[in-house]
Design a binder for this molecule. Structure first.
Ligand code: DGT
Ligand code: CA
Ligand code: CA
Ligand code: ZN
Length: 576
């Protein structure tokens, strides 16, 4: 069981307690525990079952909740949650999953209108009962209606890649542990590294005699709530998180063909099938066939080669021109995680991060980075920002630490707000002392396209701004980009040699398509995690995934360079 799942169940308890007017301290305790678990770098379930680790040592986890988590790891259910679900209407949990609704609103519906299920809510919306509650204006009502419609059409939301990653890893490890499997891999949008995943598609090869046992075991994974379909070579299950998982078992001779077919995308596969037809070949999940003779299928390379194509990295398989490049042997050499030498955006407890400067440094060194930038917030970020004096004090501390380290450098930096009026949040003399400055927008997101574009252009004009961070402001999946004339911004950034960031947190910003467009304008990029704790330093792989989907190579990305070349590549190096 992965941390995200434990955190989700703890949050359910907090929400249900809040709705049933439980002790507010207990509500807060469960929320804090959920956050601690979600942010923890190692799998809590393994620590608990290993027996050597006392989870009450973690911040926010007392004896009572520790017992609950231990019971959850041992039995698969959280006793407190079971108890609440048994005493409250079961439909409340469905209501909490509707986007736009949290515990406060669900509690209000429950108490004032006896709305206890999605069906009740629909009814209340139709009768105008929700509109009669204070604070529920037309915009909010529309949002709730959309949320209700979503639950009806899909019965599940698309899951962010970050979260799907944890489920994929857990299921693959579980299936491997059962034995009898030759090869196993995850296909579908997950393998293409799309930002959200509709469902997981797992492909397994094994001896035909073992297929039934593998499929049986799959249906018994601890988080399975429903086995939706089960046959001789495939099964579909639904997990308690709502995620659907498809499993296909194929013979080893077809593994490449099955991986190719189930990786998609559908648009990519349709184009491949046309190429096969033009060559009088047939392409399906079992292989490439001439008449009834299989001429390729063991590996994906074989399948693509039989069609006269170079092997195409999964991230590019969206039918956006990759097939023509593969035919001409002109596919780009996509950047890899191993090429990344530094992480250029992260926060410490000096602003809104959870870990200390020393902890972030230690964790980044363990990951193999050669340099990092500490980018705590500027004053505008209320609560979290540092004053110029505090920033200078932090930089002094960084100078001292750098003197004690060999082969690793902490860059003095700041994540500086671009204010609502387009001015920068810090004076030039301070910015000039930094090693690296990333400028971002956090406020005034409702301004016009013109205003927001002008704000970014103003920051790009400053010779002390090395990069624009999370340039569109989107957060996957719920917050779209603010309005922006992106072409204008990309062209200006390319001209000024200002970098654009690809942020690997759940922002995934720039998005892949915009990064590809920016490359077309000659922009260079910086990849970062925007980590707010040590675990999130692992998000670099998601930034790399976006970069690969955008077709970027190592040469497009400045933090693939060794430190001296990285520094020389910053626009500020030309001022000195
Ligand atoms: P998702 O799950 O919505 O994030 O997206 P995918 O791409 O994982 O789609 P999914 O799970 O429906 O199917 C996995 C792959 O299987 C898909 O990318 C291509 C292949 N596939 C599924 N159905 C069809 C089909 O009807 N025709 C073709 N050519 N390929 C299909
Ligand atoms: Ca899928
Ligand atoms: Ca599927
Ligand atoms: Zn930020």
């Amino acid at each position: 069981m992965q941390n995200a799942e434990i955190a989700r169940l703890l949050t359910d308890v907090a929400d249900l307690l809040e709705i049933s007017a439980g002790n507010p301290f207990k509500v807060r305790a469960y929320r804090n525990a959920a956050r601690t678990v979600a942010d923890h770098p190692d799998p809590i379930a393994e620590l608990v079952s290993g027996g050597e680790f006392d989870i009450t040592e973690l911040p926010g986890i007392g004896g009572g909740i520790a017992k609950e988590i231990t019971a959850l790891v041992e039995t698969g259910t959280l006793p407190q949650r079971q108890q609440l679900v048994a005493t409250l209407p079961p439909g409340l949990l469905d209501l909490l999953r509707i986007s736009g609704l949290g515990p406060k609103r669900v509690k209000l519906f429950h108490e004032q209108l006896k709305v206890n299920s999605v069906a009740d809510l629909k009814d209340a919306l139709e009768k105008g009962l929700i509109a009669s509650l204070p604070g529920f204006g037309p915009k909010l009502l529309e949002k709730i209606r959309e949320g209700v419609a979503d639950t009806a059409t899909t019965a599940q939301k698309r899951m962010v890649l970050h979260e799907a990653e944890q489920y994929a890893r857990a299921i693959v490890e579980y299936l491997k542990a059962g034995g009898g499997i030759d090869e196993i891999d995850v296909a579908g949008s997950f393998r293409r590294r799309k930002e959200t995943i509709g469902d997981l598609d797992i492909v397994v090869t094994c001896a035909p005699a073992k297929a039934a046992a593998v499929i049986q075991r799959f249906g018994k994974f601890s988080e399975v709530t429903q086995v939706a379909a089960q046959g001789d070579t495939r099964a579909t299950v639904r997990l308690s998180s709502g995620l659907q998982v498809d499993l296909r078992v194929v013979e080893p001779s077809c593994f490449g063909a099955a991986m190719q077919y189930f990786t998609g995308s559908q648009a990519h596969n349709i184009e491949l099938r046309k190429i096969a037809q033009a060559k009088k070949l047939k392409l399906n999940e079992y292989g490439v066939f001439r008449g009834s003779k299989c001429i390729a299928g063991r590996t994906e390379q074989d399948v693509y080669a039989a069609l006269g194509l170079d092997w195409i990295p999964p991230e590019l398989r969206e039918n956006r021109g990759e097939i023509a490049l593969a035919k001409a042997h002109e596919l780009p050499q996509l950047v890899t995680l191993e090429e990344i030498r530094g992480d250029l955006q992260m926060h410490t407890d000096a602003s809104d991060g959870k870990a200390t400067l020393a902890e972030m440094i230690e964790a980044a060194r363990k990951l193999g980075h050669a340099y990092i930038a500490i980018t705590d917030h500027s004053p505008r970020t209320s609560m979290a920002g540092q004053t110029p004096a505090e920033i200078r004090a932090q930089w002094k501390a960084i100078d001292r630490l750098n003197q004690e380290m060999r082969g690793f450098r902490v860059l003095k930096s700041v994540e500086m707000d671009i204010l609502e009026n387009g001015k920068l949040d810090l004076p030039d003399d301070l910015l000039a002392e930094a090693d690296y400055v990333v400028a971002t927008i956090h406020y005034g997101l409702k301004q016009s396209e013109r205003q927001l574009t002008d704000r970014l252009l103003a920051a790009i004009e400053s010779r002390w701004v090395d990069a624009i961070g999370h340039p569109t402001g989107r957060i996957v999946p719920e917050r779209p980009s603010y309005p922006l004339d992106f072409d204008v911004v990309a062209k200006a950034a390319a001209n000024a040699k200002c970098l654009l960031e690809i942020n690997g947190s759940e922002r995934l910003d720039l998005p892949d398509t915009l990064a590809a467009a920016a490359k077309g304008h000659g922009v260079r990029f910086v990849l970062s995690t925007d980590a707010h704790n040590t675990r999130e330093l692992g998000f670099m792989k998601f930034a790399v995934a976006v970069a690969r989907r955008a077709g970027l190579t190592g040469a497009d990305i400045i933090n693939t360079r060794p430190l001296p070349d990285f520094l020389k590549g910053l626009r500020r190096s030309r001022n000195r």
